[in-house]
Design a protein around this ligand. Structure first.
Ligand SMILES: [Zn+2]
Length: 240
């Protein structure tokens, strides 16, 4: 790789086991959070306009399916694109290793030295890594990716679909199962509790303070429900 591109690669976040698992967890929590908020907003809005359980069920289920498929499709596209660019970078690396192995060895030595190894140790390490699996070493040190662990777009899409669906089921069941006199209370309370939980969890995953995240997340959900309920009530009262 040229100096310029290796510098860019150097700035990229590192791949690897723990980071990858955390990314999956974070994506799942965010997907579930999305499912809770958007479906809660939807069913509370419709509940502002009508008491009919069948209508609430239809609206909530349509929202659940539309949202989960939209999430999955978006995730599929974005991960596919990322995977394509990772594969292209690996192909370039493979060619450079074949055509200019000495320059690549120097480059790996330089990258290891930048990470704090002395010149001699970096050289020794670079030689050993090159002997064992040169492409893998360059992929990890230079590109920050593991050639054996490229994210599968179908896997990413599946996780998003399931996470959103799990989140969306909560407000959907909370609005259709209880008697009509209490369904709004049950829905609002269970949604706020769930959002407190996902806010707390995502803060913990990001090693941030949970308090502000819980507050922001529940406030966001409460606002979404208040706005759609007001809109639904107005439309219901107008007989639309
Ligand atoms: Zn290289």
């Amino acid at each position: 790789m040229s100096d310029q591109t290796s510098q860019q690669a150097h700035d990229e976040p590192h791949g690897g086991g723990l980071g990858t698992r955390l990314n999956w967890l974070r994506a799942a929590v965010l997907g579930a959070n999305d499912g809770v908020v958007s479906t809660a907003g939807l069913v509370v809005g419709v509940a502002g306009a009508t008491d009919a359980r069948g209508t609430l069920l239809t609206a909530g289920l349509a929202g659940l399916l539309a949202g989960s498929m939209s999430m999955a499709a978006g995730e599929y596209v974005s991960v596919s694109t990322q995977r394509d660019s990772e594969k292209a970078a690996l192909a370039v690396e493979r060619r450079e290793l074949r055509e200019q192995p000495q320059a690549e060895l120097d480059e790996l030595t330089q990258l290891l030295a930048e990470r704090g190894l002395s010149r001699d140790v970096a050289r020794e390490a670079a030689e050993q890594l090159t002997e064992r699996d040169a492409l893998r070493a360059h992929a990890r040190v230079e590109l920050g990716i593991d050639p054996d662990e490229l994210t599968n777009p179908w896997h990413a899409a599946g996780v998003s679909f399931l996470a959103f669906t799990a989140g969306a089921l909560l407000p959907l069941l909370a609005i259709v199962l209880p008697p009509s006199s209490v369904r709004l209370y049950v829905t609002v309370l269970s949604v706020l509790a769930a959002l407190a939980l996902t806010g707390w969890w995502s803060a913990r995953l990001g090693a941030a303070k949970p308090g502000p995240a819980v507050l922001r997340n529940t406030a966001g959900g409460a606002l979404a429900m208040a706005v759609t309920y007001a809109a639904g009530t107005l439309l219901g009262a107008a007989g639309v």
